[in-house]
Design a protein around this ligand. Structure first.
Ligand code: SF4
Length: 416
């Protein structure tokens, strides 16, 4: 079985089912196992609350209604809006992502991928400096230098370290960690520091200067007046590698991601004259890559497609929530991600939320319409793209009477 817990999409799970219930899951991390037992990601002993019935908010309380009533109200909210937004879609299958794109077009809405701040700058850098494709299996087999930049796989893709990067034993890296060098750059000392050979701790905003100084050392530029601690050792680390990978995590998305990816692209392009070097973004969401592949296939560009006014514009910067007046959320917990000031602004303007989710979350506490959906990869079949772009089939193993998210999105389109 494939696990749809994160972008690693581990395909070696052994699952025991007895009497229509999962009783045991093997070859899985604690996050993954919670996917099958409805546990919370960060609190394995706590259960997540499943949404079972469509609900509408009436006099401030969520009330159970029929599927058609909930769809009808969602359609009213979205069609009345002047600037509707469809948000998330990195934690749903490919079929749901396709349905969401069609819905955005039908509504003349904007579709905002949840991890746009990390992924779009990465694709911009690929466009400018070229793509060096490194499937995870090749990284495991051949990469002898792995640099984590603002990334902590333990918190975003736990088995990445044992299956593909740090500890994995590959064809030419049979001794795992002994056959490769690891480095990490972060603004605080993360767990990676305990086994990385080099850990460079920087202050927020020092990324650009650090990359610039590494490039300077590699190209023989004069020594800068103000040196960043670790730049020399980082340059030596990359020089000594025969196959290097830079894995960028969400930390990059919190900074000037466009400039960071641009400089990393420049660094990679320089080093690629001598050796293979790949840059890989590490989004924790299980089908983030699928959404960007879909946008590339259908629109030829990545970003947030906006069909306002019947024409298509593709935005590369994050949506201004002050402009939107209705939001449909699927495959993300929008309320959890938003800064407090933005939440207050949305509340003050009474912007209605429509939520598609298998579980209750922070967004469901604010939603006007809640539409429960089946859990992708456990209760419904679909396809997802692994973080390196490999499509994998997700299989239904448990029965459910809840509709899959792509079905709800398609039905909603019929109600418009
Ligand atoms: S690393 Fe991700 S895909 Fe693999 S078992 Fe854990 S949650 Fe599932």
């Amino acid at each position: 079985m494939v696990c749809s817990g994160c972008g690693c999409l581990c395909d070696d799970l052994d699952i025991t089912i007895n009497g229509g219930e999962v009783v045991e899951v093997a070859n899985v991390c604690r996050w993954g196992v919670n996917r099958f037992f409805n546990g919370k990601k960060f609190h394995a002993t706590k259960q997540r609350c499943r949404l079972r019935s469509p609900q509408l908010r009436r006099q401030g309380r969520l009330t159970d209604v029929t599927y058609e009533e909930a769809l009808g109200q969602a359609a009213v909210i979205l069609t009345r809006a002047r600037r509707p937004l469809l948000y998330g879609f990195t934690n749903v299958g490919c079929t749901a992502q396709e349905a969401a794109l069609k819905l955005a077009q039908a509504l003349s809405a904007r579709l905002e991928p949840a991890d746009l701040p990390l992924m779009v700058p990465y694709y911009q850098s690929v466009k400018k400096y070229g793509l060096f494709l490194a499937p995870l299996d090749i990284i495991r087999d051949q990469a002898d230098a792995i640099l984590f930049w603002g990334a902590n796989p333990l918190h975003s893709a736990p088995r990445h370290l044992v299956r593909y990067s740090a500890f994995a034993r590959g064809r030419f890296t049979e001794r795992g960690l002994e056959d490769r060098q690891l480095a990490a750059v972060d603004i605080f000392r993360s767990e990676l520091a305990s086994f990385c050979h080099l850990f460079v701790e920087i202050t927020p905003g020092q990324d650009l200067l650090l990359i610039q100084q590494v490039i300077g050392r590699l190209t023989g530029a004069p020594e800068p007046a103000q040196r960043i601690k670790g730049a020399r050792r980082l340059a030596d680390f990359l020089t000594a590698a025969s196959y290097a990978v830079i894995i960028c995590g969400r930390g990059v998305g919190y900074g000037p991601a466009v400039e960071i990816f641009d400089r990393l692209g420049e660094l990679a392009a320089h080093l690629r004259q001598e050796k293979p070097l790949a840059i890989l973004p590490l989004s924790g969401d299980f089908n983030s890559a699928g959404l960007y592949h879909l946008l590339l296939r259908h629109l030829g560009e990545v970003g947030a497609p906006d069909f306002a006014g019947g024409s298509l514009a593709i935005h590369t910067s994050v949506v201004n929530f002050q402009e939107v007046d209705a939001i449909l959320v699927a495959g993300a917990d929008l309320w959890w991600h938003l800064p407090e000031a933005t939440r207050q602004h949305l509340l003050a303007r009474q912007v209605p939320l429509v939520l598609l989710s298998p579980f209750a979350n922070q967004t469901s506490t604010q939603a006007e319409v809640v539409l429960p959906v089946a859990l992708t990869g456990v209760e419904t079949n679909d396809v997802a793209y692994r973080l390196d772009g490999l499509p994998l089939p997700l299989r239904q193993i448990l029965p459910t009477d809840l509709p899959p998210d792509h079905q709800v999105l398609s039905d909603l389109r019929l109600f418009l």
